[in-house]
Design a protein around this ligand. Structure first.
Ligand code: AHG
Ligand code: MN
Ligand code: MN
Length: 342
């Protein structure tokens, strides 16, 4: 009789669930709460993924008829994703507050007996790149986690949410792309997990992700060129100049998550600058820039507003916007040098 030998699976086949448990102790306030939080985001992401995938099939496309606090049309999937993540985080009683790009005000989460002893707040962009939904192009979700600054057991206040990015304890994104991935950091590097849709499990597919130190891709909405600050115009001309490894390639999807993800793998820079029309830029500091900046730095990249580290900006309001330069370290430093001499 032939004897069969079974070998343990290589680590690359580790599931996200196993990874969370194994790495729980790395986290300095390891009470299991943060692990449960990541776990509930992973589950909500599966629900949203299912909905995103069938977006072309059912009557879920198109504007929901509302505008959000920033005056933008809300798509139906924006609303759906917002509710899915809020419900997922609320029902499990893991966090004490949530702020969402789609909500005017932060949400206070009460515990069962009106008292909530949880320590974390979550800030979320439930659906990023929403203008791409109708055209079957990748969208994402971005999340950011902080420890509250007010005492546990009391209702959360705005101060719990208005913390600089350098206080984040975890951040990540989900990309609903050709495959669905969750990429996150708890401050010990960046790991990416790919969903096997047949069995609904995420596997560690991209351990210890690193931005190449430099790259050949620049991502910016060049349609706004005439409104860009001189430093950005000069940097774009530098990217296009025929010299050394230039001209660079221009790639712009219009979903921050997707543009960032590609640039992290291939090497590149993403820029959403201030413009004459939007003097603070378009992207939101708390829901988009801080979490992406944390991931970028943990992967050896850099994120700046052209002059200052994104994660050191003291936020003054929930829906604050900020110019954003993010990606491979040397490319961001080069863009900053153009900003600073312009
Ligand atoms: P959201 O869908 O959450 O509003 O974010 C869209 C953001 C970002 O994902 C993207 O990179 C950028 O807006 C695109 O803006 P433009 O269409 O102005 O280039
Ligand atoms: Mn967004
Ligand atoms: Mn959004």
């Amino acid at each position: 009789m032939k004897i069969q030998t079974f070998y343990p699976m290589p680590t690359r086949n580790q599931s996200l669930g196993e990874f969370i448990i194994e790495n729980q102790n790395e986290f300095k306030y390891s009470s299991g709460e943060l692990s449960r939080l990541i776990n509930s985001i992973r589950l909500a992401a599966k629900v949203v993924n299912h909905e995103v995938n069938k977006a072309g099939l059912v009557d879920i496309l198109g504007a929901a008829g509302d505008t959000n606090v920033q005056g933008e049309d809300q798509q139906k999937l924006d609303v759906y994703a917002n509710e899915a993540f809020i419900k997922g985080l609320t029902n499990r009683e893991i966090v004490c507050g949530i702020a969402s790009e789609e909500e005017d005000h932060f949400i206070t989460i009460k515990g069962r007996n009106e008292q909530n002893d949880n320590k974390y707040v979550v800030l979320i962009d439930p659906l990023d790149g929403s203008s791409n939904i109708d055209v079957n192009v990748s969208v994402g979700t971005i999340f950011s986690v902080y420890r509250r600054v007010t005492p546990p057991g009391t209702p959360v206040t705005l101060d719990d949410f208005l913390q600089p990015g350098n206080k984040q304890v975890a951040a990540g994104y989900i990309i609903y792309g050709t495959s669905t991935m969750i990429v996150y950091t708890t401050g010990h590097g960046v790991n990416g997990f790919t969903l096997n849709p047949a069995i609904g499990t995420y596997y560690l597919s991209h351990p210890n992700m690193q931005f190449p130190r430099t790259g050949l891709i620049y991502s910016v909405n060049e349609g706004n060129y005439v409104h860009f600050p001189q430093g950005v115009k000069d940097y774009i001309k530098y990217c296009q100049a025929e010299e050394g490894d230039r001209p660079y390639t221009s790639r712009y999807i219009g979903s921050l998550v997707s543009d960032f993800h590609r640039n992290m793998i291939k090497g590149g820079i993403y820029i959403y600058p201030n413009t004459a029309k939007d003097p603070d830029g378009k992207l939101r500091l708390l829901y988009e820039c801080n979490p992406m900046a944390f991931i970028a730095e943990q992967a050896g990249g850099k994120a700046s507003n052209g002059f200052q580290r994104i994660m050191d900006i003291e936020p003054s309001k929930l829906h604050q916007r900020v110019p954003f330069f993010c990606g491979s370290l040397e490319m961001v430093e080069k863009a900053e040098s153009f900003m600073q001499k312009a």
